[in-house]
Write a protein that binds this ligand. Structure first.
Ligand SMILES: Nc1ncnc2c1ncn2[C@@H]1O[C@H](COP(=O)(O)OP(=O)(O)O)[C@@H](O)[C@H]1O
Ligand SMILES: [Mg+2]
Length: 272
């Protein structure tokens, strides 16, 4: 499908964000970000340590308010909308596998909470029998046997199982935008690969619109239909479709040199 007839899910215009504004320590982190994501875009995000990747996501989720610029989700201006009001629009999965779930609650209690995300009433953790069948069906998709452990406390799951559950929970109530901030970086390589495959499956099956930060070049090149690179608070590379499919690390390095006017050292990319 061409971009013209796809719905716009996320639109950032002229986003600027500084920390410690007006002090000697002022740090201008995002320097004019323009980014439009169309329905079903699965975008991998790369960039060196401190490039502003996490700040960009935090600005989309509402954790940080931009100093300048506007953010629209589904054509609605959310620039001033607080994080809790954005929760039903935006889901966020972090690197820390403990952040997306409540340790002392069971799998089913966590899932019940995820199902009520963004709803103001009924913040009880009770689970109805009728919900359990549905939960088992959802958990089967993970292929980790968690459907037989509904009442197990989440603290007893492995990091990979827990992150897979977090991912499922983050997508149960179809978010308009899914944000993944190095969500497999804390896992061992094999488990990371499992969670990445699961991510790919969920994003494609549900046709979600997603931004995934990774410091793994191979993952950034393999996954998604579009790749952006942040450098010193600006998007310096934005490739999609066939151009992305044909991209190699070498081409990326050349592209960076062409766009940013400097050499890309592997360290700057990989030590994030
Ligand atoms: N809450 C904050 N307060 C002050 N400075 C911050 C805050 N969050 C991020 N920064 C600064 O913004 C810059 C970009 O950070 P970040 O967005 O986390 O980079 P990345 O995710 O690309 O590694 C860094 O210099 C970092 O120190
Ligand atoms: Mg980061």
């Amino acid at each position: 499908m061409t971009e013209e007839n796809r719905q716009i899910r996320l639109e950032l215009k002229g986003i600027h964000k500084s920390f410690e504004r007006g002090t000697v320590n002022e740090n201008h982190v995002l320097k004019g970000i323009d980014l439009t994501l169309y329905d079903g875009d699965f975008v991998t995000v790369i960039g060196g340590n401190g490039a502003g990747k996490s700040t960009l996501m935090n600005t989309i989720s509402g954790q940080y308010t931009p100093d300048e610029g506007s953010i629209k989700i589904n054509y609605e201006d959310v620039t001033q909308l607080p994080t809790n009001k954005r929760a039903k629009l935006v889901s966020y999965v972090f690197q820390d596998t403990r952040m997306g779930t409540a340790s002392r609650l069971s799998i089913e209690e966590n899932m019940a909470l995820a199902n009520r995300r963004g709803l103001s009433r009924g913040l009880t953790k009770g689970v109805k029998d009728a919900d359990r069948d549905e939960m088992r069906e959802q958990l089967k998709k993970l292929d980790l046997g968690l459907e037989d452990r509904l009442t197990a406390e989440v603290q007893f799951l492995s990091g990979g199982q827990r992150q897979a559950l977090t991912l499922l929970m983050a997508t149960l109530r179809r978010p308009q935008v899914l944000l993944l901030d190095e969500h497999t970086a804390a896992l061992d390589p094999k488990t990371s690969e499992m969670v990445l495959q699961l991510t790919d499956k969920i994003v494609r099956d549900e046709q979600l619109t997603a931004l995934m930060i990774t410091h793994n070049m191979k993952d950034a090149l393999t996954l998604g239909n579009r790749l952006i690179m942040l450098h010193q608070g600006k998007i310096v590379i934005d490739v999609s479709g066939e151009e992305k499919d044909n991209l190699t690390v070498e081409k990326l390095i050349n592209l960076f040199k062409q766009e940013a006017g400097e050499e890309l050292t592997n360290d700057a990319m990989l030590l994030s």
